[in-house]
Ligand binder design. Structure first.
Ligand code: DAH
Length: 340
C-alpha cells in the first residue's frame, strides 16, 4: 500500500510538471485529492490493513496529501504570477510614444465676438432675440420712420427680393417685430447678418453683422441710455475706456447720437492711430425711440418711452483681434482662422 501511495505521489508530481493552466491544476487536484480521487481511494482501503500497519501507512498518506496540497498551491501561485506577467506584457503602454493628435475646431472670431457681446448684455438683464435676414420693406424702413426718399431705400443701396421684400439693411427691424408682438417692459438685444449693396474693400462688405438693442418701459430716459452704453463699453473693453456722445440723425430715434470710444491703442492719450484725438470714431448709433415709431408698433408714446442702439460687430471683432481687413472674416482661409 505504501508503494501505491508513493506511486500516486510520483504520478501527481509528474502531471503537475506538465500543466499549463489553473483549470488543469484543478483537474489534477480532483483526480488525486478529490472525494473520488486516487489518494482518497487508497485511504479508504486502509480498513483492509492490520492494526499495526495502519498508523504508519496513515501517516505516510497524510504526509503525501499535505505535500501534494502544498505543491499544488505553490504551482497555482506560480501560474497566477505568470498569467499576470503575460497580461501586463500584453497591455503594456509606452507613455513616451507620441499620442494621436485630435484636431479640435474653435469658434470663428466673429462668432466669438458676437457671443461675447450677447453675454455682456445678458449679464445686464437683456434677453436675446433673433430676427429673419429676409425682411419686409415695412419692418426695415416704413415702421422705422425712414423717409420715402431716404437714399438707403434706393435699389442701388439695398438688395430687394420683390418690391416689398428685401435683405435687411440693419438689425433695427427686429425692434419693430418685438414691439409689435410684446407689451413693454421690453429689454432685448438681437445680433445677426445684415446686407447692403457695398463694394468690397478693407472695411466694407455687402454682408456684415450688427447688434441691435432696445429698451422700452415707463420713464426710460437718455440717462439710462448713456449709462447702459457706458457700462457695456467698459465691460467689453475695460474700465479705463471712456464714451463720448455726439449728436446725429437717425430716422427712428429722436434725439439721436453717435458714440465714440477711447482710442483702443492709446486709451485716450492721443497717438498716430487716432490722429492725436484720443478717440476711436463711431462705434455705435443710438437714441431715444421716436414716438412715431412706438406708435407705428402699437405702443402708446404718452405712457412709454424707450432707447435703442445699433453697433457693427465686424468692426468690434477687427479691433479686438487686430484684423485690418474685413474680407479675412468671411473668406474661411484656414491659415487665417487657425490663428485664433
Ligand atoms: N440701424 C442703424 C444703422 O444701421 C444703427 C442704429 C442707430 C440702430 C441708432 C439703432 C439706433 O437702434 O437707435 O446704421
Amino acid at each position: 500500500m505504501k508503494d501505491k501511495i508513493y506511486k500516486i505521489k510520483e504520478e501527481a508530481l509528474k502531471d503537475m510538471n506538465k500543466l499549463k493552466t489553473i483549470d488543469q491544476l484543478e483537474e489534477i487536484r480532483v483526480k488525486f485529492l478529490g472525494k473520488k480521487g486516487e489518494l482518497t481511494q487508497v485511504l479508504r482501503e486502509m480498513g483492509s490493513l492490520s492494526k499495526e500497519e495502519r498508523p504508519a501507512v496513515g501517516q505516510i498518506a497524510n504526509e503525501v496529501r499535505k505535500e501534494l496540497e502544498s505543491e499544488l498551491n505553490l504551482t497555482k501561485n506560480k501560474l497566477r504570477d505568470e498569467m499576470k506577467k503575460r497580461k501586463l506584457e500584453k497591455e503594456r503602454i509606452d507613455i513616451t510614444m507620441p499620442g494621436n493628435k485630435i484636431l479640435l475646431g474653435h469658434r470663428h472670431p466673429l462668432i466669438a465676438t458676437m457671443e461675447e457681446l450677447e453675454n455682456v448684455f445678458m449679464s445686464m438683464g437683456f434677453s436675446i432675440v433673433h430676427g429673419p435676414e429676409v425682411e419686409t420693406v415695412e419692418n426695415n424702413f416704413d415702421a422705422l420712420n425712414s423717409p420715402e426718399n431716404h437714399p438707403s431705400r434706393d435699389l442701388t443701396d439695398t438688395f430687394y427680393i420683390t418690391e416689398d421684400i428685401l435683405l435687411r439693411t440693419h438689425t433695427s427691424p427686429v425692434q419693430v417685430r418685438v414691439m409689435k408682438q410684446k407689451e413693454p417692459p421690453i429689454k432685448i438685444v438681437s445680433a445677426g447678418r445684415t446686407f447692403r449693396f457695398d463694394d468690397v474693400d478693407d472695411t466694407h462688405s455687402p454682408m456684415f453683422h450688427q447688434l441691435e438693442g432696445l429698451v422700452v418701459d415707463k420713464n426710460v430716459t437718455m440717462a439710462n441710455l448713456k449709462e447702459t452704453i457706458d457700462i457695456f463699453i467698459k465691460e467689453l473693453f475695460g474700465y479705463d475706456m471712456k464714451t463720448r456722445f455726439r449728436p446725429h440723425y437717425f430716422p427712428f430715434t429722436e434725439p439721436s447720437a453717435e458714440v465714440d470710444v477711447s482710442c483702443f491703442k492709446c486709451k485716450g492719450e492721443g497717438c498716430d492711430e487716432c490722429n492725436g484725438t484720443g478717440w476711436s470714431m463711431e462705434l455705435l448709433g443710438c437714441g431715444m425711440v421716436d414716438p412715431k415709431v412706438l406708435e407705428n408698433c402699437g405702443i402708446d408714446p404718452e405712457v412709454y418711452s424707450g432707447f435703442a442702439f445699433g453697433l457693427g460687430i465686424d468692426r468690434i471683432a477687427m479691433v479686438k483681434y487686430g484684423i485690418d481687413n474685413i474680407r479675412l472674416l468671411f473668406e474661411n482661409d484656414m491659415r487665417f482662422l487657425s490663428q485664433f
